[in-house]
Design a protein around this ligand. Structure first.
Ligand SMILES: [Zn+2]
Ligand SMILES: [Zn+2]
Length: 322
């Protein structure tokens, strides 16, 4: 509980630091408007205009993708200098923070705090500290894994019409083309869409009584859900050229996602390094081809082709056991 409050205060301090205002984008190399043979040409975002050189063929395009293209295709024809201004994958999106966004994020943290208070975990001896410490550590490691699975899912599947996370799918897929845009966002503007996914489970958790959820299980679940939202802010820090000093220190210490680790994700076909909380799970997931197995599993069940396979068809065979 105290650790969470300290983490929250640290986040606010980092956010309010002057250096944040002066922050500028780190990654500037992928954009269709650059006219280069960029990563985005190899990938096949749902919003991308038809490309004659793309490995994705028009044959694979669906009616829904055509409609998406009509809505967002204009973004790829703009001649905007790379990184000098935010570019949006969703019509009507903005970097302006609104009272609505603040309200959504406030609700997330209010429910997080209420759950931690509701856990009523009391430390009466030194022996009570170890289970709490292990629970927090487990929430961070598994939270990192959770962000990887979430990031992989919205990078590879879905579009604007996907329930709840439609705008997140488009935003994550568009992020590969204009990675600097995230650095122009304030905290609430950056994370409020993730709160659409965190608020319902936090609310359900709060409604579940102590006989249903034990104190440590409640602390674990609350932190696990909370890291999901926080990871989007760490993701932003990993793209900043001038990172706030405290965030930079935490990156260098390996406590939060580093620029180097996340930079490895931003290469076509965007098939690895999906975890964005600390990145600690990435080596194991990538070495074991975890996401290739997951893609084959979902392809077998649903017939949906992930964007990574469209960008590099060889990926569908990677790590195949039989
Ligand atoms: Zn991505
Ligand atoms: Zn990124």
């Amino acid at each position: 509980m105290r650790l969470f409050i300290i983490a929250l205060i640290l986040l606010v301090v980092v956010e309010r630091h002057d250096a944040f205002r002066a922050a500028r984008p780190l990654l500037r190399r992928t954009c269709l408007s650059s006219g280069s043979t960029s990563n985005s040409e190899a990938r096949t975002p749902l919003t991308q205009a038809p490309s004659t050189s793309s490995t994705m063929t028009v044959v694979e395009a669906t009616a829904e993708e055509d409609e998406d293209e009509k809505l967002y295709g204009h973004l790829y024809q703009k001649k905007v200098p790379i990184g000098s201004a935010p570019q949006f994958a969703i019509a009507g999106d903005s970097t302006e923070e609104t009272p609505y966004q603040r309200g959504v994020v406030f609700l997330h943290f209010a429910l997080t705090l209420a759950n931690l208070v509701h856990a009523r975990y009391s430390i009466t001896s030194v022996m009570d500290i170890l289970p709490l410490a292990l629970t927090i550590m487990a929430s961070i490691v598994l939270g990192d894994l959770g962000t990887g699975i979430f990031h992989w899912s919205v990078d590879n599947y879905g579009g604007i019409k996907t329930p709840v996370f439609g705008s997140v799918c488009v935003a994550f897929q568009g992020h590969h083309d204009t990675p600097w845009t995230i650095t122009f966002r304030s905290f609430c503007n950056n994370v409020f869409k993730i709160a659409y996914g965190t608020i319902p489970p936090l609310l359900l958790l709060l409604l579940a009584g102590p006989t249903v959820v034990s104190p440590l299980a409640r602390i674990f679940a609350t932190l696990f859900i909370n890291w999901w939202l926080i990871s989007q802010e760490f993701h932003k820090y990993s793209h900043m050229r001038s990172t706030p000093p405290l965030a930079k220190k935490l990156q260098e210490m390996g406590i939060i996602l580093s620029k180097k680790e996340h930079g490895l994700h931003h290469t076509s076909p965007f098939e690895g390094h999906y975890c964005i909380l600390t990145g600690v799970c990435n080596p194991l997931l990538d070495k074991t081809h975890f996401f290739r197995h997951l893609e084959r599993f979902f392809f077998a069940i649903t017939g949906n082709t992930p964007n990574t396979w469209k960008a590099d068809p060889k990926l569908r065979e990677v790590g195949k056991l039989f």
